[in-house]
Write a protein that binds this ligand. Structure first.
Ligand SMILES: Cc1cc2nc3c(=O)[nH]c(=O)nc-3n(C[C@H](O)[C@H](O)[C@H](O)COP(=O)(O)OP(=O)(O)OC[C@H]3O[C@@H](n4cnc5c(N)ncnc54)[C@H](O)[C@@H]3O)c2cc1C
Length: 430
């Protein structure tokens, strides 16, 4: 029997697609299926099922909301939705990379990232979905059944039958279990993250500036930390396999972190919710069995993000668009979704480089070698560029490794290690 005969060929005219999750991966997939089908002379019936209420501020999202290029292009060119520039809370112009003893300012020439409130971005994209004739259901999916000719998706509201289901449910553990039972899906490995924020006041924000401060502490628990300026406040987050509220308290008390936090005594003065701690997760590897007959996962659910320091929203949108293209042009069988894996080669092939870099950085930070790397980067532009690309997620890790591991960098590091005076580390680093 051919794929076409078994109903697993390219999405037919009038067929239905159910998307579970209305985050960036889900809305991108839904819009790309709807609009892509029309361009091919077909009509796709698309339903997005989302458990959260984005509008009205009832739910929150822990995502820091730093949207990296090419997000504007993806949304405007591929999804034909105007980018919501009005939601912007500022542009990120560079990074300050900090260890306990050193800091270096990294400013690249690349297009800046945009910061915004994720919940507002999600509400805007969901509205764009509705306006383009895509049905939405405000409910949680609580069951899924696969049949030879259809998928049945059960929700807290009405069930929906579809030809194919797109899993865009992020790292939701309950939904992962549904797919685990039904099709043997395994969620991606993930890092935990503790997030908090505080309002330092106008003068404090002006003092902090437009750069993200990224920290590589020697703590065995914290892999990295970051302070991000977002309009009227600073978002602070740390990540690691087992970070908790104590790790965050230690991080906030570290001298290098205190040096970066302006007017810390103002915490709670302008907003009573300052310094509340929240916990989230992000993937640091690939999921298993993330596609098969009549299903495909996108974004975090598939683990299709840049390892270590991600650009999760951009990658989720990209993988959503790629899944839609495969559904429309190749088919909805396990075999057809081989093309989805191939389309995501850029992300998948870069994961081992990202993971190697993650391990190396953790090790170097623990034994104090990151001080040497930062010192060497002051005199070696190639190494500085590699650090910028790693921190900003502007280039794949493969390129970061190529830029960073050169003879010139090795020489600069040897000089920094054996000949430099390490005592005046912080003042002469900028
Ligand atoms: C602390 C933290 C900070 C981050 N900061 C950034 C950042 O600054 N920039 C960046 O690019 N990325 C950031 N990320 C990563 C980014 O948030 C994710 O990569 C991105 O949101 C993935 O998009 P997605 O569509 O795959 O999943 P999600 O955005 O997680 O969306 C999944 C959606 O599915 C819904 N859902 C789940 N299960 C069900 C169900 N059963 N029924 C109905 N709906 C369901 C959820 O409610 C959710 O809205 C951060 C992550 C964390 C944890």
């Amino acid at each position: 029997m051919t794929q076409k005969d078994s109903g697993l060929g390219p999405l037919a005219d009038g067929a239905r697609v159910v998307v579970i999750g209305g985050g960036p991966g889900g809305v991108a997939a839904a819009l790309a299926v709807k609009q892509g089908a029309r361009a091919l002379g077909r009509e796709a019936r698309v339903t997005v099922i989302e458990g959260k209420q984005f509008a009205g501020g009832q739910h929150n999202n822990l995502c820091t909301g730093v949207l990296s290029p090419p997000i504007v292009e993806l949304i405007e060119r591929d999804l034909r939705v105007p980018f919501p520039h009005s939601l912007s809370r500022g542009a990120i112009t560079g990074y300050v990379l900090r260890t306990p003893r050193r800091e270096i300012v990294l400013d690249g020439e690349a297009e800046p990232s945009v910061t915004l409130r994720r919940i507002q971005f999600d509400a805007y994209m969901m509205e764009a979905v509705r306006q383009r004739g895509i049905e939405t259901q405000s409910a949680r999916v609580n069951g899924i059944e696969f049949h030879a000719d259809r998928v049945v998706v059960y929700t807290e509201s009405v069930p929906v039958e579809a030809e194919v289901v797109i899993g865009a449910f992020g790292l939701d553990e309950g939904t992962a279990v549904l797919f685990q039972r039904a099709v043997g899906y395994r969620p991606p490995p993930a890092l935990a993250s503790i997030v908090t924020k505080y309002h330092p006041g106008e003068a404090g924000m002006a003092e902090f500036g437009d750069r993200i401060h990224a920290f590589l502490p020697p703590s065995p628990r914290i892999e990295f930390g970051a302070i991000t300026p977002k309009g009227n406040h600073l978002t602070i987050n740390i990540a690691g396999e087992s970070v908790d509220t104590d790790s965050m308290k230690k991080f906030l008390a570290a001298p290098e972190v205190r040096r970066a936090l302006p007017c810390f005594e103002n915490a709670g003065r302008f907003d009573a919710k300052d310094l509340r701690f929240f916990k989230g997760h992000f993937p640091c590897g690939l999921a298993r069995n993330f596609s098969g007959d009549r299903f495909v996962m996108v974004g975090d659910a598939a683990g299709l993000v840049r390892a270590f320091k991600g650009k999760g929203v951009t990658s989720a949108a990209l993988s959503g668009i790629r899944a839609a293209n495969v559904i429309l042009r190749e088919g909805i069988s396990a075999r057809a979704f081989g093309a989805y894996r191939a389309a995501n080669r850029d992300i998948i092939d870069d994961l081992p480089y990202g993971q190697a870099m993650r391990r190396l950085t953790i090790l170097a930070a623990r034994v104090g070698l990151m001080d040497v790397v930062l010192r060497a980067a002051e005199s070696e532009p190639g190494l500085r560029r590699a650090l910028f690309d790693a921190a900003s997620a502007h280039s794949p890790y493969r390129q970061v490794v190529r830029e960073g591991l050169t003879l010139r960098s090795a020489r600069a590091m040897a000089r920094a290690l054996f000949f430099d005076d390490h005592s005046s580390a912080i003042t002469d680093a900028r």
